[in-house]
Ligand binder design. Structure first.
Ligand SMILES: O=C(O)CCC(=O)C(=O)O
Length: 279
């Protein structure tokens, strides 16, 4: 489908829920068949990467995950998967995803990065509670994550958990060792609100929303793709966490791309800050 017309989006009550709580679960965005196909693609990609001994694909999760559990921990992950399979390149521009993102951040939606996670059965690593803002702060705080679920993520699979309304607190101070995280005693994962999801559901949340997830103790993998997106006029301060593909317009236009051919907003921000974008 190639059209500028808006066709998909949230119901007004869902947008209201997001404004109040800083997150919203969009149910049934992708069909069970589409989710199954994307699950297969994700596992095939991870197998290819493992066979190629690609660095950093299999690891024990964030170092700080050890503060959440003493159990064995493992995570499979890869950034910017749209460079690995066309299935992911297609899904990140799918209007069922991007029209909903536009309802939360405005008509123009720009890619920051993508990241696939497989939490293996019985030992899928947890994430301590945190905001995403310390990783890549922006002026207007428009940044959101959308977690696409390719299989069911009930509580026992270590579904994402959130602190409702925490996006209104603004950026919080984080501990840095083993990945930005909040003190686990003050923010126990087990007390946060679980967001169980079905295959095909998408969980949207602000980069200010405090979130994390528990261990996958079930007998099945939990398979997701996280797409981080922003309003293209929202400047990174400072420019950090750049990656190939960042700046791609997923919906609408880049209104800051007015300084000459080939000059997109991200390159301009980088130039202003004397830095480089990843190429
Ligand atoms: O997928 C999860 O369980 C949480 C991921 C997460 O919090 C993150 O990547 O920032």
């Amino acid at each position: 489908m190639i059209t500028g017309e808006k066709r998909f989006g949230f119901r007004p009550d869902e947008i209201q829920f997001y404004r109040e709580n800083g997150y919203v679960l969009a149910e049934g965005v992708f069909s069970p068949e589409e989710a199954a196909y994307l699950r297969e693609e994700t596992h095939a990609l991870s197998q290819r990467l493992v066979e190629a001994n690609a660095p950093g694909v299999v690891f024990g999760g964030w170092g700080s995950a050890a503060k959440v559990t003493d159990l064995p921990r493992e995570l499979l992950h890869c950034h910017n998967v749209q460079y690995q399979s066309a299935a992911f390149a297609r899904v990140i521009v799918d209007p069922r995803l991007t029209d909903r993102a536009a309802d939360l951040i405005g008509p123009n939606v720009q890619l920051h990065h993508t990241k696939m996670f497989i939490k293996p059965p019985e030992k899928g690593a947890p994430f301590p509670m945190h905001q995403d803002v310390p990783y890549f702060p922006h002026e207007k705080h428009s940044m959101i994550a959308a977690i696409l679920h390719f299989d069911d993520a009930p509580l026992e699979k270590g579904c994402v958990r959130v602190v409702p309304g925490s996006h209104r607190l603004g950026p919080q101070e984080h501990l840095t060792e083993g990945g930005f995280h909040l003190p686990v005693e003050r923010f126990p994962v087990s007390e946060a609100t679980p967001c169980p999801a079905k295959a095909g559901d998408v969980l949207f949340f602000s980069y200010l929303t405090i979130h994390g997830s528990g261990v996958n103790t079930s007998g099945e993998a939990r398979t997701t793709l996280l797409v981080q997106m922003r309003d293209p006029t929202d400047r990174p301060v400072p420019l950090t966490h750049t990656s190939r593909g960042q700046g791609m317009i997923l919906r609408g236009i880049d209104p800051d791309a007015d300084a000459g051919p080939g000059v997109d907003s991200l390159s301009r921000y980088a130039k202003e800050q004397g830095g480089q974008t990843a190429r």
